[in-house]
Design a protein around this ligand. Structure first.
Ligand SMILES: NC(=[NH2+])NCCC[C@H]1O[C@@H](n2cnc3c(N)ncnc32)[C@H](O)[C@@H]1O
Length: 447
């Protein structure tokens, strides 16, 4: 593997590659010899899953795709392991492998992390946060109120009802035939008690079940849900909503929310950058600048989901990156969603990054004025706050500059509630024809 430096392979583990033995002739049956020969004692051998694509750069390596399952034959070194996949053997980087634990379906290899996910909703913490969010909860209340006449005699499905607040609004302010309040977490036990306590047993049917497994006596006329997460789609509860739409919503039925949009704006974030990165210039008069790259890696690799953007920090008007129509959106479209952007800088300022937020609209059944919930900086703050994506290096920008590029949401092919956000940007001065800054950065949310 000569001139290693020139064609630096995709993956450069701690130990260089050429020392690795070529055990391509190794038959799977002689794994025991291998274990005897290279006893990497820390590892029990077994099934592993590939966490991110690996492209082989050597004939004794094995190209694999995220989600592929392999058998570990020999942990030759701490960096390179000899594995078998569909009858082929080869080296893959150990860091790409995640052990599949033997006890069935434990949370650390469940792509949906159901145990952790539904576990987080069985206590009141998150439900208190959501119910305390006035703009969020009042919006759903207004939607029910404004459509109360049209809801008379209707069958409503509240997907992921939590404490049942939306179902209570329906029973309290309208006369639906039935409201199916579906909730998979343990909180459903309390929801059933609340329904009895508030004398709505005749209308609200609490069903403690994952919506995907739902069996209803008939289709429904309205599918209402509060499924939105960080960057709108994180948690991907939206997949459940679309599955239930396709299975249980009447043709011409109502989806609430009806549409969803993702918004973005370039912004300054002086304080954020100063406290996390510039801090290391001279804490207590000492020169800690060598730690700045570590700080950028540690604090700026992921977005900040609880950022509150001050409108004064906007460098331009915001734009809408993506519009999703809940009646037509297909589940497979969630794998990769992208939107271009062009911002015209309206004042001189430091460009530290981008802030995103979402809005959802609720169509009026009688085609009157729709209702909107906008979680952006020009609207009342919600528990979602805003999401800040910081560049490694801020860029000085001036009035008249153009910031162009695109955002790509890639759903994680293995951890199905997670995604990565790829930001491509260029900054071009008003009079120039070529950009003076160009960049690209990938942010995991959260794996
Ligand atoms: N806006 C959000 N990010 N989360 C708020 C709604 C989430 C609520 O829906 C429940 N939930 C989520 N997915 C499902 C599902 N597929 N089936 C049933 N309940 C669900 C979950 O247990 C929680 O109580």
């Amino acid at each position: 593997h000569e001139n290693q430096d020139d064609n630096q392979c995709e993956y450069s583990p701690g130990e260089s590659y050429e020392q690795l033995p070529d055990i391509a002739c190794l038959e799977i049956s002689s794994t025991m010899d291998c274990m005897a020969q290279y006893p990497y004692e820390d590892y029990t051998y077994g099934e592993f899953v590939i966490m991110s694509d690996f492209v082989a750069t050597e004939e004794t390596q094995l190209s694999l795709s995220c989600g592929d399952r392999v058998v570990l034959l020999c942990a030759v070194t701490s960096d390179w392991w000899w594995v078998e996949h569909n009858g082929n053997c080869g080296y893959v980087p150990a860091s790409h492998l995640h052990r599949v634990s033997d006890e069935e379906d434990t949370e650390d290899d469940d792509p949906w992390q159901d145990e952790e996910y539904y576990g987080s909703y069985k206590t009141l913490k998150l439900h208190l946060e959501m119910l305390s969010d006035q703009p969020r909860t009042q919006t759903y209340r207004n939607v029910i109120l404004q459509n109360s006449a049209a809801l008379k005699g209707k069958r409503i499905l509240d997907l992921g009802c939590g404490t049942g607040i939306i179902s209570f609004f329906c029973a309290q302010m309208a006369q639906p035939e039935v409201v199916y309040a579906v909730e998979a977490s343990d909180i459903a036990e309390q929801t059933s008690r609340l329904v009895k306590e508030n004398a709505f047993s005749g209308i609200i049917k609490v069903i403690r079940q994952k919506a995907e497994d739902l069996k209803l006596p008939s289709k429904v006329d309205v599918l209402v849900s509060e499924w939105m997460g960080t960057c709108l789609v994180f948690e991907f509860m939206l997949e459940s909503v679309l599955q239930v739409r396709d299975l249980w919503l009447e043709e011409g039925g109502i989806m609430w929310p009806s549409t969803a949009s993702i918004h973005m704006v370039p912004c300054s974030a002086e304080k954020e950058y100063a406290t996390k990165v510039l801090f290391w210039d001279s804490p207590y008069g000492l020169d800690f600048r060598m730690l700045k790259p570590m700080a950028v890696q540690e604090f700026l690799s992921k977005p900040s989901p609880d950022y509150v953007l001050n409108t004064d920090d906007c460098l331009s008007e915001p734009c809408v990156l993506m519009n999703l129509n809940m009646k037509t959106l297909k589940i497979e479209e969630l794998e990769k969603m992208s939107g271009p952007f062009t911002f015209h800088v309206k004042r001189d300022g430091m460009f530290h990054g981008f802030t995103t937020w979402f809005s959802v609209e609720f169509q009026n059944i009688d085609n009157k004025e729709h209702v909107e919930l906008n979680t952006g900086p020009f609207n009342p703050l919600t528990h979602w706050k805003h999401t800040l994506f910081m560049l490694d290096e801020p860029i000085q920008t001036h009035r008249g500059d153009r910031i162009e590029g695109s955002v790509i949401f890639h759903r994680n092919p293995f951890w199905r509630r997670h995604l990565s956000v790829t930001l491509n940007w260029s900054v071009t001065e008003e009079s120039a024809t070529t950009a003076h800054s160009v960049g690209c950065k990938v942010f995991p949310i959260w794996r």
